[in-house]
Design a protein. Structure first.
Length: 159
């Protein structure tokens, strides 16, 4: 499959820079092919696994996201770093990453809970609180993984 080259190539980030942003970003937006010809995009909490180069996220057992992913597993995921304002400047500078890929549901319970624990480390105060949450709500969670087919990153200066 061939993807269009990034137009603003001078602002393009390296693969390593993109991976660093994915690794540190606690959330991003996943866009899916929606209903009635409209795209559907939602904010998700995700975890980028450097060992396999894939993005993991969780969701409920049912709902629009589940239905849409069941019909078409192609998605666009985007996130940014926190950005900063250079000294003496007024405009924000940040780095963004856009990933096109395909989503699969994790059905292996051991891998599902392992990735769920990794995701939760960014949000829960302790390993004990993670285990408590998994014990109470783990059976009501689906875990998904995005295999990245194409990725671009860009340095953006908002002026």
């Amino acid at each position: 499959m061939e993807f269009r080259a990034m137009r603003r190539f001078k602002q393009q980030l390296s693969k390593e820079e993109c991976f660093e942003i994915l690794k540190n970003a606690p959330r991003g937006v996943i866009a899916m092919n929606g209903e009635n010809g409209y795209p559907y995009a939602v904010t998700i909490n995700q975890y980028f696994d450097e060992t396999d180069g894939r993005i993991y996220f969780h969701g409920a057992l049912q709902g629009l996201k589940v239905d849409l992913l069941g019909k078409d597993n192609k998605v666009c995921f985007t996130t940014t770093d926190e950005g900063h304002i250079e000294e003496g400047d007024w405009a924000n500078t940040f780095k963004s990453v856009v990933c096109l890929g395909r989503v699969e549901e994790l059905n292996d319970k051991e891998k599902l809970y392992d990735q769920l624990r990794r995701l939760a480390k960014g949000f829960y105060p302790s390993p004990e609180s993670i285990e408590k949450e998994i014990e109470s709500a783990g059976s009501r969670v689906k875990m998904y993984v995005i295999s990245i087919d194409h990725m671009t990153g860009k340095l953006v200066h908002e002026k």
